[in-house]
Design a protein around this ligand. Structure first.
Ligand code: PBG
Length: 322
């Protein structure tokens, strides 16, 4: 035998030398769920180890993560039903607890990279990402609200806007609104290829944001489609996105690779709530080794081509590396 690939696997040192992919804390964004009020910490039942936190506790959580080397966070608000309306008006109210908390986070931790979510669903009494009229999701009318929401978030000092709504033309519209108001430095991480996935279930539990009627299939992508992700990516690049995201991650590793091979912008992947829930449930039953499966999962997403991973495992990964 002239060639023996096993020689490059013979010791930990040799394996480390030839290792092609490394995940580090720098690659990760930690999604956080914000509650109104004080001293509140409520676990998400379908996401063991993940909590909805009030502002005071979230500030301490961010501090703890920064110490572990996790520097980026995506903050989602849990909005009480009584605040919701058809036009999602709280989403651009500067006095609303979400916007106030973002301001406090950036004041206390200017060095942290804070991302926000732009979509109507947490604030909308219909539970859809856009305005609903006669059972239809209105595209162009929704853009106006998305622009106001993005502006209200940018005014708090945050770093990255994350449009997750999948309306057509939203990146261009948000970019225009931000630039017209002097926020040329605020980035856009577009949810470029966001699929109509059943893996978002636990997230909708966490936010209590599931659609009241219908599904999201007229705006989120069909899981059967790959080429269509290129159409979405072409548009996002033209419209001024700074990052392209694929979501979910694990069932869409081929789409991550596709975008990585076709575009020069950084590619992000969202390791979503259902993916976290599956691993947590199996680990709780003693069926899988949680730490090892977490490491392998994040590695697979990076190997597929993701430069950035949004993951509920971020803090745990940081702790495991300490
Ligand atoms: C809201 C939004 C969703 C997620 C991120 N932003 C849910 C949805 O589109 O229904 C899902 C995140 C996750 O499952 O972890 N537009």
């Amino acid at each position: 035998m002239q060639r023996r690939p096993r020689r490059n696997r013979k010791s930990a040192a040799v394996r480390a030398m030839v290792r092609e992919t490394q995940v580090t804390c720098d690659d990760l964004i930690f999604p956080l769920f914000l509650l109104e009020g004080k001293n509140k910490k409520i676990e998400v039942a379908s996401m063991p180890g993940i909590y909805r936190l009030s502002t005071d506790l979230m500030l301490r959580e961010i501090e703890a993560c920064l110490k572990l080397g996790i520097q980026s966070f995506d903050v989602f608000p849990v909005v009480e039903e009584s605040y919701k309306d058809k036009l999602a008006t709280r989403s651009y109210d500067p006095a609303f607890f979400y916007q106030k908390t973002l301001r406090m986070i950036k004041q206390e931790f200017p060095e942290a990279c804070i991302m926000t979510d732009v979509a109507l669903d947490p604030y909308n009494s219909d539970g859809h990402d856009g305005i609903v009229k006669d059972g239809k999701i209105l595209n162009d009318e929704t853009l106006e609200v998305l622009g106001r929401m993005a502006l209200a978030q940018a005014e708090t000092g945050i770093d990255i806007i994350g449009p997750s709504d999948m309306m057509d033309g939203r990146v261009a519209h948000i970019r225009d609104v931000l630039d017209d108001n002097g926020f040329t430095d605020v980035s856009i991480m577009s949810y470029t290829a966001k699929y109509a996935s059943a893996f978002y279930g636990p997230f909708r539990d966490a936010l209590d944001s599931a659609p009241k009627a219908g599904d999201k299939k007229t705006y989120q992508m069909d899981p059967a489609n790959r080429t269509e992700a290129l159409t979405e990516a072409d548009l996002d690049v033209d419209e001024g996105a700074d990052f392209l995201m694929v979501k979910p991650a694990l069932a869409y590793l081929d789409v991550i690779r596709l975008l990585k091979d076709h575009y020069s912008l950084p590619i992000a992947a969202y390791n979503v709530s259902g993916e976290y829930a599956m691993i947590s449930a199996a680990a709780q039953n003693g069926w899988l080794d949680r730490r090892a499966v977490m490491e392998e999962t994040l590695l697979s997403i990076k190997r597929a081509g993701a430069d950035i991973i949004l993951t509920y495992f971020a803090k745990e990964f940081g702790e495991a590396r300490k």
